[in-house]
Design a binder for this molecule. Structure first.
Ligand code: ARG
Length: 573
């Protein structure tokens, strides 16, 4: 049985009191307060509708709320402050401890969400943008699943386009320059650069490359085989990175752009038949009232190009139609760079007009900001190249090894390496998830591995310290005596712990994992204050047992919270 949070029970109580007073439209919004355990808003809004004095209404609500376990008081212009007894808080703590789900319900039951994330491009290095998408997407997938949802992961890999003609042609003509049999991602990326340079400078090569595109599209066996090798090589490389990151993406989740090729002519035909798309200058386009280019001219979504080819937009439309029509998605999430927001606005709008995206299905561009380098500009190497993700992860783990070794001089070999991996990867993920996703953020390996402040390492240490404290107590069975008197620091901790489930719901309101990070960070701080003010092991029973129960629930909450962010929480650090 999932125990409702105190905030939600109180909302019900206040709403019931308001209803008993005949305040029909009263929406009780109960939240934590600085001046009391909670405060209920809603009086001010009700007063406006009823044209009455807010404090009069608040006084009536307070009167109706009179109960033994609740102290209600009018505050400010018309708030209702609510204080709970120690017994209520301890009873809630006991209920929460008995619930392995930590009070988290399954509100996503029966809801299917398709999450489009990671989306690297074949024959190109993964960069920090793909890292953000992968990490944010992974956290959202975990949270949706934890709340009972059905999630379909879609890694919309860029595996199609005219660049493959150029790449395969170059490889055929220059097997030596291409590195012969040496299959590796760095070889492919180098090959890609060389092929592009040749394409831009040698018109004859460009012609042959274009013929190669036609051969690929026409299904020429040798060309298709070469393309498949390139895709397989890149995919192996991406999988390695996913394994290193510990994200849930698997090969089965990779449905690349090419998977939609056969559906593209149908997409264009349907849009044309419905007159959603119209011929324009030889191309097939969708126009929008709101969307205009810099010169004020309408800026269309191109479904089919003048040369008859299909591009990125048509593919996304085909994917969307399949996700709703065949996968029966109730919700579509696209975890993609904010710079693509116009693209998604146009794709969603087109799909709505075509009837492929019915009103009850939501489609959200979960946009994220740019990762900046130390100079405050988009993160690049000194030479201006994209920073390779592998190098970044290796650096983070190396630095983490120093941090971990300094704390644990006895740790060596494989154990040290594993710990460094958990801390280093955790730090990278946490730094990314902790800033509001729409903001740009500066990649700073030094800061992300700081032992204090809002970092993954800080939370991992907080968790490990609690585990070792419990181990020192002999990991006793958890019991709560509801009759003890609570210190303010204990009350604060119980109240913070109780907000876990509501925090997860809040994360899903706007798909913002940073709310969970902020919650866990505050929880760790509240725990530290508690630990400084309230001796645990030296306290007499039943206070000792109650405090151990608090430690236990804090440890569990940190562990579950971090794991929902995709961050390991080892017992020892
Ligand atoms: N592969 C693209 C890129 O690297 C991102 C794809 C985003 N997903 C989508 N369904 N359009 O920029």
């Amino acid at each position: 049985m999932t125990v409702p949070s105190l905030a939600s029970s109180l909302s019900d109580t206040v709403s019931a009191a308001a209803t008993s007073l005949g305040l029909a439209d009263f929406v009780a919004q109960v939240r934590r307060s600085e001046h009391a355990d909670f405060q209920a808003d809603g009086v001010l809004a009700a007063a406006r509708t009823l044209r009455r004095r807010p404090r009069d209404i608040a006084a009536e609500v307070v009167e109706a709320l009179r109960a033994d376990d609740l102290v209600a008081e009018v505050a400010g212009p018309g708030f209702v402050n609510l204080d709970l007894t120690d017994r209520t808080l301890l009873t809630q703590l006991a209920g929460r401890l008995a619930d392995p789900r930590l009070g988290v319900g399954t509100p996503e039951t029966g809801v299917t969400t398709v999450v489009d994330y990671s989306q690297p491009n074949i024959a190109k290095e993964m960069h920090v943008g793909h890292l953000r998408s992968t990490i944010i997407g992974d956290a959202l997938v975990r949270i949706l699943e934890h709340l009972g949802g059905t999630v379909v992961r879609r890694n919309h890999i860029g595996d199609w386009g005219t660049q493959f003609g150029m790449l395969i042609q170059y490889q055929n003509e220059q097997p030596a320059a291409a590195g012969g049999d040496d299959a590796s991602m760095s070889r492919l990326a180098a090959l890609y650069r060389q092929a592009r340079a040749r394409f831009d400078t040698d018109p004859q090569f460009a012609v042959r490359a274009r013929q190669r595109v036609v051969a690929l599209q026409g299904g020429d066996p040798d060309t298709v085989a070469a393309w498949q090798d390139i895709v397989a090589e890149s995919t192996r490389y991406f999988t390695e990175i996913y394994d290193r990151l510990g994200v849930r993406l698997t090969a089965a989740d990779a449905v690349g752009e090419s998977a939609y090729n056969d559906a593209l002519p149908g997409v264009a035909a349907d849009l044309a038949a419905q007159a959603v798309a119209v011929p324009s200058d030889g191309a097939l386009c969708v126009f929008f009232d709101q969307v205009r280019g810099p010169d004020g001219a309408p800026s269309p979504l191109i479904v089919r190009k003048r040369d008859g080819g299909f591009g990125y937009a048509a593919t996304d439309l085909a994917a969307l139609r399949q996700r709703v029509g065949e996968l029966h998605a109730d919700r579509l999430l696209y975890v993609v760079d904010a710079r693509q927001s116009l693209h998604f606005t146009m794709v969603f709008d087109t799909a709505r007009r075509a009837g492929w995206l019915p009103p009850q299905v939501s489609a959200v561009h979960v946009a994220f900001g740019t990762v900046l380098g130390p100079d405050g500009r988009p993160f690049k190497t000194r030479a201006g190249d994209t920073v390779r993700l592998v190098d970044l992860l290796t650096e983070a783990v190396d630095r983490a090894r120093e941090v971990v070794a300094a704390k644990n001089p006895d740790l060596t070999g494989a154990a040290l390496h594993e710990r460094a991996r958990q801390v280093g990867i955790g730090a990278v993920k946490y730094a990314d998830l902790a800033t509001s996703r729409t903001r740009d953020y500066t990649y700073d390996p030094q800061r992300m591995l700081a032992l204090t402040g809002n970092t993954g390492v800080y939370l991992q240490y907080a968790h490990a310290r609690i585990r070792s404290l419990l181990a020192r107590a002999g990991n006793p069975a958890v019991t709560v005596d509801p009759t003890t008197t609570l210190e303010p620091a204990e009350r604060a901790l119980i109240l913070d712990l109780d907000g876990f489930a509501d925090t997860l719901t809040e994360v899903l309101t706007h798909y913002e994992p940073h709310r969970l990070c902020g919650y866990l960070y505050r929880l760790a701080q509240t725990f530290t204050t508690f630990y400084e003010h309230c001796p645990v092991l030296r306290a007499p029973d039943p206070i000792r047992a109650n405090r151990l129960a608090l430690c236990h629930l804090t440890g569990e909450t940190l562990h579950t919270g971090l794991s929902l962010l995709g961050i390991p929480a080892p017992t020892h650090l």
